[in-house]
Design a protein around this ligand. Structure first.
Ligand code: FE2
Ligand code: FE2
Length: 252
């Protein structure tokens, strides 16, 4: 299957990237990545996406693990391309559903019936044990959602960054990995300038992320940042000016 990439595998711990699209609306949509981390029969699914890709993602995951055995499903924020399938996954698995406390009350509008399944993250984030390792939920508030987290996997050293690092381009124009950061940057600029709330938040997130040893930044849209492109991305992102800086232009 061409839309499936193993990002990390040491025999006991595995990270898989899926890039499934809502094909009916492909002309109007953007590339969307979903991720799965597996360790010793436990698994966490990251940003499973909208209802239109539920069946395909369920089948893809089934090749690695019984989806009913998913331990956690993490939603970086509340958007439909992230959480639109939450009610389907709540039925198809017994996973605990992890998200910012800000969005719990809205999940009923996606059809979620059992709010008791949700682990509501406080603003400062959380660390959970995952096998011998840990998963760290890093605050990413207002980048772009007001209740937003990135997820760091201590074993693979992959940072799952949600919409931070998202490239806006049709999938045909994007490589799986960023090759030349400067050539890739135009796909980042417009999105980050409008969707991120302001430079102070960008700098705060970079400050948090630099505490961790990051080998890959894996966004929800577009290409992966690896090796020196991790450093280049962080250096660029801390200079991004977002909504706060554009307030006068937006309001006149
Ligand atoms: Fe979003
Ligand atoms: Fe998104």
């Amino acid at each position: 299957m061409k839309n499936e990439t193993i990002l990390y595998d040491d025999g006991a711990h595995k990270c898989i990237m899926f890039a499934l699209e809502d094909e009916e609306h492909q002309d109007y949509s953007l590339s969307v990545n979903q991720y799965l981390i597996i360790q010793k029969g436990g698994a966490i699914l990251i940003d499973p996406g909208c209802g239109a890709i539920f069946d395909e993602l369920y089948d893809a995951i089934s090749r690695y693990i019984d989806p009913s055995k998913l331990k956690y499903i993490f939603f970086s924020h509340q958007d439909p391309d992230v959480a639109g399938s939450i009610s389907q996954w709540s039925i198809a698995s017994s996973a605990q559903l992890v998200m910012s406390q800000l969005w719990v009350r809205f999940m009923g509008h996606y059809g979620l019936m059992d709010m008791g399944r949700i682990i509501a993250l406080e603003d400062h984030g959380a660390r959970i044990k995952f096998g011998k390792d840990f998963l760290q939920f890093i605050p990413a508030h207002f980048l772009h959602s007001p209740g937003n987290f990135s997820l760091y996997d201590s074993r693979s050293k992959i940072l799952f960054s949600g919409d931070i690092g998202a490239a806006i381009a049709s999938p045909q124009n994007l490589n799986k990995d960023v090759d030349d950061f400067n050539e890739h940057r135009p796909y980042l600029e417009g999105f980050h300038a409008r969707y991120m709330a302001g430079n102070r938040f960008c700098r705060a997130w970079v400050h948090c992320v630099r505490k961790y040893d990051v080998s890959i930044i894996a966004p929800q849209h577009g290409s992966l940042f690896k090796g020196e492109n991790v450093t280049k991305f962080l250096e660029w992102f801390e200079t991004v000016e977002g909504g706060w800086e554009q307030c006068e232009a937006l309001y006149g």
